[in-house]
Write a protein that binds this ligand. Structure first.
Ligand code: BES
Ligand code: MN
Ligand code: ZN
Length: 499
C-alpha cells in the first residue's frame, strides 16, 4: 500500500505551498547560476540562496545539497537544493536517490508536505521519481508503542516538472510509486522478526497478495514437499518447530506471453546455522535470510501493476534452519528432487539445498530463463563488499541480458565467473555432489553447486544478494535494514523480455 499522496503541478516553485521545497539542479558551468527557477526563489528570499551557495561552495555536484530557511518569506519553511551533477553522466540511480533523499530528509524534519521541483533533464524520469519518493519514506515502525511511535509522517508530495506534464508522464509517476510501495512491502517482510515471519506466515502473505492482485498461488505443505521428493528442503526444515512450505505464485498476462521466466527466492526465515551453529554476534540479522523469497512478494505486486506480456513464475522454498534432535547433520547424505545425492558437510550451507530442489522444480516449467536470488554466502561480501550483489550466468546471452537489466535498474550488481577449476570442491567421495567447498571462492563454489541442479535448462542466472539485501545504514534510496535490493533489476529484465 502506497503511503504518500503524490500530485503533480506545473507551476513556478515559489508559488507552490509545502513545508519543504526540494529543487533538483544540474551542475552549472556558470558559477552560482542554477537557472530562472532558483533565481526567482533567491529573489523571494532576498539573496539568501546565493549566499548559502557561496558559503557552502555548492556547485550542483552529484550528492551535494544546501538548505536555506525561509523565515516566513515563502510558503515553505525551507528550500533545499539537490545537486544532480552533469546531465551527460546522470543515470537512473542518482535520479532515484535524489527523490528518495528529498522525501527521507523532509520526513526526518517532520514535514508533512514536500514540493519537489525537477530540472528539464528529468522530463522523462517520472517513474524513477515516483519510485524514489515512495522508497524514501519507508521506515519500520510496526513494533513501536507509545512515545516510540513516530508522531509525524510525510503525507503529501507535489511534483513540479519543468515542462507541462502529459497524461503518460502522470501515469509513469503513479506506476513508479506503485513499484516503490511494492518494494516497501518486501522490506517490511525482511524486517519482520523471525517469531512472526516463518514459512507458514510467509505462505499466508503470498496467498493474500495473489488473491488481491488476481494472481495464481499454490502452497505445498510439509507432507506434500516430502511426497514430491523435495528431500533437501525437508533436510533443512525438519529441525524446526515451524514446518517448511513451498510457494508457487504465477503472473500470466492477458495477451499471449512473449516469454516465460521462472524466478526462485531463498526463503530461510531464520538461519541459526543449524547443528553447524553460527556465532552469536549478528545472528539476529539472519531473520533477513528470506530476502530472496521476500523479493518475490514485491516483484509480483509490481508485475500486477506493470502488466508486462511475460509469464512469470515466482517460487519460494521456505524453511527455518535450526539445531534440534530432528535436525539434519554434517555427514548426512540426502537425495533430492533432481535425483542426485548430496553429502552434507556444513548445515550452515542450507540455502543452496533449498534452491537445488526449487531449481529442479522450476526448470520443469520449461522457462526461457531460470533465475534464482538468495542471501547465499558470506564469501560474496568478502568478494564484492556489502553493497554489491554477485550474479552468475551459464550463457553469454543470459549474462548480457541480465547486465542490461542491471544497468537499466541502476542497482549495484557485478558479474562473477563460474570458474571450472573450482568444480573439484563440490565433488564428493561418498555421494554425487558435495554440498560445499572450502572458504576460498565460496560464492563461486555455491554457484557451481547450484548449477548441478539446473539439468538441461539452457539459460540460467544466479544472484547472490547476501550483502545488499540487509543494510547496516541508510544509503541512496535504501533504508537501514531490509532493502528489497534486486526487485528493480528483475522488473527491468522482465520488461525487457516483453520487448
Ligand atoms: N545465510 C548465510 C549467508 C549470509 C551471510 C547471508 C552473511 C547474509 C550475510 C548462508 O546460509 C551461510 O551461512 N553460508 C555459509 C556457507 C558456508 C558454511 C559454506 C557462509 O557463507 O559462511
Ligand atoms: Mn547458513
Ligand atoms: Zn542462510
Amino acid at each position: 500500500m502506497a503511503s504518500l499522496k503524490i500530485q503533480s503541478k506545473h507551476a513556478a516553485p515559489n508559488e507552490v505551498s509545502a513545508d519543504v521545497l526540494a529543487v533538483g539542479v544540474v551542475a552549472s558551468g556558470k558559477k552560482g547560476d542554477f537557472g530562472p527557477a532558483v533565481a526567482a526563489l533567491d529573489a523571494a528570499l532576498d539573496g539568501a540562496i546565493a549566499k548559502a551557495i557561496a558559503k557552502e561552495e555548492f556547485t550542483g555536484k552529484r550528492g551535494q545539497s544546501v538548505e536555506v530557511q525561509t523565515l516566513g518569506r515563502l510558503e515553505a519553511d525551507s528550500v533545499v537544493l539537490y545537486g544532480l551533477g552533469d546531465v551527460e553522466s546522470l543515470k537512473v540511480d542518482a535520479i532515484r536517490t535524489f527523490a528518495a533523499k528529498a522525501a527521507r530528509s523532509a520526513q526526518a524534519n517532520k514535514a508533512s508536505a514536500l514540493a519537489i521541483a525537477l530540472p528539464e533533464c528529468l522530463d522523462k524520469a517520472s517513474r524513477t521519481i515516483g519510485e524514489g519518493l515512495e522508497l524514501g519514506v519507508y521506515r519500520f515502525t510496526k513494533y513501536f508503542t507509545g512515545d516510540r511511535q513516530p508522531k509525524t509522517a510525510l503525507e503529501k508530495v507535489i511534483v513540479i516538472p519543468a515542462s507541462k506534464p502529459s497524461a503518460e508522464w502522470k501515469k509513469q509517476l503513479e506506476l513508479g510509486q506503485k513499484i516503490g510501495a511494492a518494494i516497501n512491502h518486501t522490506r517490511e517482510l525482511g524486517n519482520e522478526p523471525p517469531n512472526v515471519l516463518f514459512p507458514e506466515s510467509y505462505a499466508d502473505i503470498a496467498v493474500k497478495l495473489c488473491k488481491e492482485n488476481g494472481l495464481d498461488c499454490k502452497v505445498l505443505d510439509f507432507k506434500e514437499i516430502q511426497r514430491r521428493g523435495m528431500k533437501l528442503i525437508q533436510a533443512v526444515g525438519q529441525g524446526s518447530a515451524h514446518e517448511p512450505r513451498f510457494v508457487h505464485m504465477t503472473y500470466s498476462p492477458e495477451k499471449k506471453a512473449k516469454k516465460k521466466i521462472v524466478i526462485i527466492g531463498k526463503g530461510i526465515t531464520f538461519d541459526s546455522g543449524g547443528i553447524s551453529i553460527k556465532p552469536a554476534p549478528g545472528m539476529g540479522d539472519m531473520k533477513s535470510d528470506m530476502s530472496g523469497a521476500g523479493n518475490l512478494i514485491g516483484l509480483m505486486e509490481a508485475l500486477a501493476a506493470l502488466e508486462p506480456e511475460v509469464e512469470v513464475h515466482a517460487i519460494a522454498p521456505l524453511a527455518e534452519n535450526m539445531p534440534d534432535a530432528k535436525a539434519y547433520r554434517p555427514g548426512d547424505i540426502w537425495g533430492s528432487l533432481d535425483g542426485k545425492t548430496v553429502e552434507i558437510v556444513n548445515t550452515d550451507a542450507e540455502g543452496r539445498l533449498l534452491l537445488a530442489d526449487a531449481l529442479a522444480y522450476g526448470r520443469a516449467l520449461n522457462p526461457d530463463l531460470l533465475i534464482d536470488n538468495a542471501t547465499l554466502t558470506g564469501a560474496c561480501l568478502v568478494a564484492l563488499g556489502a553493497n554489491c550483489s554477485a550474479f552468475y550466468a551459464n550463457t553469454e546471452e543470459a549474462g548480457a541480458a541480465f547486465q542490461k537489466a542491471v544497468d537499466a535498474a541502476g542497482e549495484n550488481m557485478w558479474r562473477m565467473p563460474l570458474l571450472e577449476d573450482l568444480r573439484d570442491q563440490v565433488k564428493s567421495d561418498v555421494a554425487d555432489v558435495k554440498q560445499a567447498g572450502d572458504r576460498m571462492g565460496g560464492s563461486i563454489t555455491a554457484a557451481l553447486f547450484l548449477r548441478e541442479f539446473i539439468g538441461d535448462q539452457k539459460h540460467w542466472i544466479h544472484v547472490d544478494i547476501a550483502g545488499p539485501a540487509f543494510a547496516d545504514k541508510a544509503a541512496g534510496w535504501s533504508p537501514k535494514g531490509a532493502t528489497g535490493h534486486g526487485i528493480l533489476t528483475f522488473l527491468a529484465l522482465i520488461e525487457q523480455a516483453a520487448d
